[in-house]
Design a protein around this ligand. Structure first.
Ligand SMILES: Cc1ncc(COP(=O)(O)O)c(C=O)c1O
Length: 391
């Protein structure tokens, strides 16, 4: 990574002529996530790994590489079986459909910020898979009391660990245990949306197996923190997974060769898992540094995973303007998507603490935060002038 000094205000790209993704690609420094890898580099690393490991293709999910990898993940999380699914979306729709059919109720209790509600295009409604009931506050983690307040018979309950839309918050360990016990005693199928489960192990100080114990099914992602090309694993008992295999096929998810996705995840799985504690330590360090930058406020207030949200006192539009100006002038990509906040002239962004921040020299990050805050101060003034003028 090039460490261009930030006082050198060279324009590496003309902001007006590039799309956001071109601008992002033109940057030499990125705060969030892992170091991007080009398709060419990725495919050659995959080819090398295939050669070294004598990989042969699976056929519709039957083959040594995929089955060994499924077993590896199942063992790691303490489940009888695992199934590679082409997306987490499909894995969850499948798991919850089966759970509800078995549980004798179509009702699934979900948090208002659940991925299923917000980002899956109403799949469960349109495919008649199940119905949802929202429990808990959109700003807080779920509690067992939220679940107790539901008088209806539930087919399943979903816990997302960590809860991405609220900055990666997690239930306190006692709350999690109470939640599991309530579901197990009431015979409610408990499903984990563990898209970022790997990211909470260091923060909880518990293994994936301990966290997953008491869940009836778990979905984990093979990209996001694992940096694969895509794909997911669904875990459960052997008969549950056999049924899930059938349903994913009915949904059109039975890909002929799954090798590319499995290779891209399997070849780096161990090293990514091994790097997670460093990502979490860096997050803890980042929280300390952020105390010197009161305009950028982290949520949650203490780290619970190697991800967080940062709230800023400017509108979403101004935040995008700041991001793009810094990208164009300094080659630094601060963040991707920006969310509106409840308060006017406030917004938030997501930061995933991965390779990029782990490898960035401390001083360099401080320079970037200084620049970011200077621009925030300028833009916050513009926002308040604008609001006052409006009144
Ligand atoms: C919390 C959560 N659950 C589920 C998914 C779905 O994963 P996929 O993109 O593999 O469908 C995502 C994807 O971003 C996610 O963030």
């Amino acid at each position: 990574m090039t460490n261009t000094p930030l006082n050198k205000s060279e324009s590496i790209a003309s902001q007006s002529t590039l799309t956001d993704s071109q601008l992002q690609l033109s940057c030499h420094t990125h705060l969030s996530g892992h170091r991007p890898i080009s398709p060419a580099d990725n495919f050659s690393a995959m080819a090398k790994w295939c050669e070294e490991n004598g990989v042969t293709h699976d056929t519709y999910g039957s083959g040594k590489l995929i089955q060994d990898f499924e077993k590896k993940i199942a063992d790691r999380l303490g489940f009888e079986s695992a199934l590679f699914c082409i997306t987490g979306t499909m894995a969850q729709a499948t798991a919850l459909r089966i759970a509800c059919a078995k549980g004798g109720s179509p009702l699934v209790a979900v948090h208002p910020t659940s991925h299923i509600l917000l980002h899956e295009d109403s799949n469960y409604q349109l495919l008649n898979s199940f119905k949802t009931i929202q429990i808990g506050s959109p700003f807080r983690t779920l509690s067992v009391d939220d679940l107790r307040s539901v008088p209806d018979k539930l087919g399943a309950a979903v816990l997302e660990i960590p809860m991405r839309e609220i900055g990666g918050q997690c239930l306190a360990w006692d709350e999690l245990t109470a939640f599991k016990n309530y579901c197990n005693d009431g015979e409610i199928h408990l499903h984990m949306d563990g898209a970022r489960l790997w990211e909470v192990v260091a923060a909880y100080g518990r293994s994936e197996k301990e966290i997953a114990e008491g869940f009836n099914s778990v979905y984990v992602s093979l990209y996001k923190g694992m940096h694969g090309m895509g794909g997911a694993m669904l875990l459960g008992k052997t008969n549950f997974i056999a049924e899930a295999r059938k349903w994913t096929s009915r949904y059109g998810g039975s890909v002929y060769h799954r090798t590319p996705y499995v290779v891209s995840a399997a070849m780096q799985f161990d090293s990514r898992i091994a790097a997670m504690p460093d990502c979490y330590r860096r997050t803890v360090w980042l929280y300390e540094v952020l105390k010197d930058y009161p305009l950028i406020v982290p949520n949650p207030s203490v780290p619970q995973a190697n991800m967080l949200h940062l709230h800023m006192p400017v509108s979403r539009e101004r935040a995008i303007h700041i991001r793009n100006r810094i990208a164009a002038q300094h080659g630094v990509w601060l963040f991707g998507g920006v969310r509106h906040a409840a308060l006017p002239n406030h917004c938030s962004i997501e930061l995933y603490v991965g390779d990029n921040l782990v490898n960035m020299p401390d001083q360099r990050l401080r320079e970037i935060l200084n620049l970011w805050c200077d621009k925030l101060t300028e833009e916050a003034e513009t926002d308040s002038t604008y609001v006052n003028a409006d009144i």
